[in-house]
Design a protein around this ligand. Structure first.
Ligand code: FES
Ligand SMILES: [Fe+2]
Length: 375
């Protein structure tokens, strides 16, 4: 066993989340002008709704008066919401505009209205300091609504710390063991990978598997584009992490030896697995995912088949994450150890650690000895 120079000696099991960040709070279609929806983002219970002209709004889900949840109220007027308890009304800025039982409105009556941006089919919320909210820092998920890509996705309500999901996506060698019947193969562990990190808080992990048998999921996709295809493929997985918790994975296979590793993917199929994970609490997460593809864009059948296929694959991840979180909770004195395969995930932790430090917060230190990095 040798120690590697992988960043981060202390591997926290329950990772805090930055507050000064954009998080996907909901799919666009979940937020309507008909009724508010309750959603907790980064520990903040929110009431989400749209104004009559379609603008999404995120208010703290606790009335100024007696903290009743506004999400159980109803939408009123052009941009307002009414508390279900004593009828106070608030506008989209969170200012109280009506107190039914008295003639004047107390000027200090307001609830926090958080910065909101609708982009890439999601409604993004900034739970931290509103003065720092810059929409340009929303991670690039352009495949979600580009005319050159088609696909769909779902949400997993995952009962685990968000960092466990980031770990899961930053190292895909688990596919051999967790997804053996669809996308797993031994070459995942056997092939080399590279890890690159940038000052902007992005990390890229690249793995090529050359001249391998396509696993069932990829053989089906190849046959959707090239009917009757058989033979070996070059397979790629290029994992793009954007701070704090978005991971877009460029995945695909191409007929072996036709130049895909050098840039010619014309004899292959290409997908993007879009993942953005929103911490709900320390031990629960909203995990939004979609599978986008850039071939056979017209086929709703393929869109649905891929969504259902990936849904089945991710259910296997969810079962493992649930079991892992349960074991973590049952073993408070035990620590995490890290392997070579964790290099990408360890960079993610370092970047998150930096974001937390900028907010004046720091990582909890494991109760026992720090983790070792071994191979
Ligand atoms: S708690 Fe909302 S009006 Fe009283
Ligand atoms: Fe997985």
């Amino acid at each position: 066993m040798t120690e590697l120079d992988v960043p981060g000696r202390v591997t926290a099991k329950i990772f805090p989340y930055p507050l000064n960040a954009w998080y996907a709070a909901a799919w666009d279609h979940e937020v309507t002008a008909k009724a508010p929806v309750a959603r907790t983002v980064a520990g903040r219970p929110l009431a989400l709704y749209r104004t009559q002209d379609g603008r999404p709004v995120a208010l703290d889900d606790a009335c100024w008066h007696r903290l009743a949840p506004l999400s159980q109220g109803k939408l009123v007027g052009r941009d307002g919401i009414q508390c279900p308890y004593h009828g106070l009304q608030y506008n989209a800025a969170g200012r109280c505009t009506s107190m039914p039982a008295q003639p004047t409105v107390n000027p200090s009556a307001l609830v926090t209205s958080h910065p909101v941006v609708e982009r890439y089919r999601y409604v993004w919320v900034w739970p931290g300091d509103p003065l720092l909210a810059d929409a340009d820092t929303i991670p690039d998920m352009h495949q979600m609504d580009s005319p050159e890509w088609a696909g769909d996705g779902l949400t997993i309500e995952a009962p685990c710390n968000y960092q466990l999901i980031l770990d899961n996506l930053m190292d895909l060698t688990h596919e051999e063991f967790v997804h053996g019947s669809s996308i797993g193969q031994a070459e995942l562990s056997e092939s080399e990978f590279t890890t690159r990190h940038e000052d902007d808080g992005s990390v890229t992990v690249t793995r090529w598997m050359r001249d391998v048998e396509p696993p069932p999921f990829w053989l089906k996709n190849m046959r959707d584009k090239f009917p009757g295809f058989s033979g070996r493929v070059d397979r790629w997985q290029i994992i793009h992490y954007y701070a704090p918790s978005t991971i877009c994975i460029d995945v695909g296979v191409a007929e072996a030896g036709t130049g895909a590793p050098e840039g010619d993917r014309s004899r292959g199929v290409n997908g993007y697995v879009m993942n953005t994970i929103t911490p709900e609490t320390d031990t629960t997460s909203h995990y939004f995912w979609a599978f986008m593809r850039n071939y056979r864009l017209e086929s709703q059948l393929i869109t649905t088949q891929l969504r259902e296929g990936v849904h089945g694959v991710f259910a296997e991840d969810e079962a493992m994450l649930v079991a892992q979180q349960r074991a973590i909770d049952a073993n408070p004195d035990k620590v995490f150890y890290s392997l070579t395969i964790d290099a990408g995930g360890m960079w993610v932790r370092r970047i998150l650690d930096r974001m937390l430090a900028a907010e004046g917060r720091s990582l909890p230190v494991p109760s026992s000895t720090p983790s070792q990095v071994t191979s």
